[in-house]
Design a protein around this ligand. Structure first.
Ligand code: FES
Length: 141
């Protein structure tokens, strides 16, 4: 076998043997955050966003999500869809009363979406929320 042909075959063989390893290494870089992908959590903001504004309010592919620190334990989070279950108006978080207040007919809900007063008979939809590193993550309950 000629030297040139040997070197070419050796080079092709070497590249072919390392190709699967290289593909595997690159594909892991293209995957979304492993923790959020495995558990269907969405990143809705940062802890700094939450603490600076007192709330994160974000439109996502699974709906509008409002996140606040849990009034019972600020280490935990409470997340709801702020859409009022009476007639669909958007409630807003009032940090002084610790409630979501509806501007349309006066319904009030606590941080966990439970009705406090007003015409609504159903609680707000809730989400699971957690902190991972500096990110606030939410998923459907
Ligand atoms: S739509 Fe919210 S109280 Fe009626």
């Amino acid at each position: 076998m000629e030297r040139r042909k040997f070197l070419m075959l050796f080079g092709v063989g070497t590249v072919a043997s390392y190709l699967p390893v290289a593909i595997a290494a690159c594909s892991s870089l293209l995957k979304p955050d492993a923790a959020s992908a495995q558990s269907n959590f969405l990143v809705v903001g940062t802890v700094a966003d939450l603490d600076n504004a007192g709330q994160i309010l974000k439109d996502t592919e699974i709906g509008t999500i409002a996140v606040v620190r849990s009034p019972d334990n600020p280490q935990n989070l409470a997340a709801v869809d702020p859409t009022c279950t009476h007639n669909g108006c958007t409630t807003s978080w009032d940090s002084s009363s610790q409630s979501y207040n509806c501007p349309c007919h006066g319904a009030k809900f606590d941080a966990y979406g439970n009705g406090i007063s007003g015409p609504s008979r159903k609680p707000l939809r809730t989400y699971d929320a957690t902190i991972q590193g500096n990110s606030v993550l939410v998923r459907r309950s």
